[in-house]
Design a protein around this ligand. Structure first.
Ligand SMILES: [Fe+2]
Ligand SMILES: [Fe+2]
Length: 139
């Protein structure tokens, strides 16, 4: 299946310079990678949904962590940031719909979209936030 380039693992370039967030991002990338592998290998839908639920649960946990830290440090853009987080949940729902429609090419492209969303989010949304946190001694 050649629809998607293999989802890469986290690299140093993805660091947001907050240890806890980096560890959580690494784990999220790993889960997406595993989901992609499962898809490539044509796993049964039940199993795929279990992996997808793992991604959704872990993303929710990570977002809750970031949002709690942003609140504690009174990060001024925390509402906008939290709104961005909610977009991933709708991508996950879209992935599930495509899978249910039996269209693996479409679901792989949604999966790639999820990966791109996460990378973009790290650069554009997480990084300004962690710069703010770093300046206040949180790393
Ligand atoms: Fe975030
Ligand atoms: Fe994040």
């Amino acid at each position: 299946m050649n629809v998607i380039d293999e989802i890469p693992f986290w690299t140093d370039a993805d660091s947001v310079h907050v240890k806890l967030f980096d560890l959580q991002h690494q784990h999220l990338f790993k889960l997406l990678h595993r989901l992609e592998t499962e898809m490539r290998e044509g796993r049964a839908r039940d199993r795929l949904y279990q992996f997808l639920a793992d991604v959704a649960d872990y993303a929710a946990e990570h977002f809750a962590t970031e949002e709690a830290v942003m609140r504690a440090y009174e990060y001024p853009f925390r509402e906008l940031h939290a709104q961005e987080h909610r977009k991933l949940a709708s991508m996950i729902a879209r992935f599930r719909d495509q899978e249910a429609a039996g269209d693996p090419a479409a679901s792989l492209s949604v999966l790639r979209g999820m990966r791109e969303w996460i990378s973009g989010h790290l650069q554009v949304t997480d990084r300004p936030c962690t710069e703010f946190l770093n300046a206040r001694g949180f790393r």
